[in-house]
Design a protein around this ligand. Sequence first.
Ligand SMILES: [Mn+2]
Length: 359
Amino acid sequence: MSNQELDALRGQLDELNRELLELICKRGAITQEIAIVKQTQGIPKYDPVREKQMLDVLAAANIGPFDEATIRHLFKQIFKASLDLQQKDHKKHLLVSRKRQTDDTVVRSKNVAIGGGAHIMVAGPCSIESYEQVRTVAAALKASGVHVIRGGAFKPRTSPYDFQGLGVEGLKILKEVADEFGLVTISEIVNPAHMELAEQYIDVIQIGARNMQNFELLKAAGEAKIPVLLKRGIAATMEEFLMAAEYVVSRGNTQVMLIERGIRTYEKWTRNTLDISAVPILKQESHLPVLVDVSHSTGRKDIVLPCAKAALAAGADGIMIEVHPDPPTALSDADQQLTIPQFDQFFSQLKQSGLFNQK
Ligand SMILES: [Mn+2]
């Protein structure tokens, strides 16, 4: 074959490549339109039955020289690329996405604003154990300039034989004490039927790590009229975490905060592994406030200060930490809770570092 002939054939290929490209792009644009229709109708993007039908039609129409398996393989790649395109577009349109809303969401409760600049300290006991216990912590927090108190009343414990919390009684104690000191309260809710109870007694609903993908609970929280603090699941990816938040926001409750609380790894010297990289990723991908729980992520008191500094340096909007008047007697998480003097020292050192900006 002369070079001239080869060049001519190659010229034909170049032309066909251009035509194929044009057709593939045209096809992509149509799949994007289909995605919008499917989105509004709530139909899943991936339709294996339809894909099989298209492949069968193509295989039957194949006149060669490629064999059937090759044709199926080639078109599967095109279908896959179209599906990826649909899903990428979808991600861009998530309500929690930074691409959808560039300004930081500011979560407001009473006189406290979380996100959008100033840092917030959330502290309090793991579990609400008694009126005296909560009041002692609240008085100390108030004196230290903390505005938000946490405390668990419904405790989803690893073992069914461990302390399960005081339930509604606990919420009542938290409310009484918080009202006295003018504090904002955060407490975990584990039952979708308890949202009205939450609105009555607490200011912020916490959805715990073990419930991050409890979709009925997320939907119920999405209909609640108070903010939600969503903890990252112990093995949740960033995408799963943001999708869980999307469940809440898509139901109308836009007042959602994310909190990194450590993930499960092989490491045994910390209770969990604090994923600092989650902070800048979440801040980049989402407009929701991001907090870091330095107690549950580390499970040890001796490193909470450097971990809190790292969290703030990475862009976190706030820190959560457990404080108990007498940690050795605590009914849950005794090892990781700070005493009140330890907390005061922790908080003053964090402020001295210049990383914690209070309004
Ligand atoms: Mn705890």
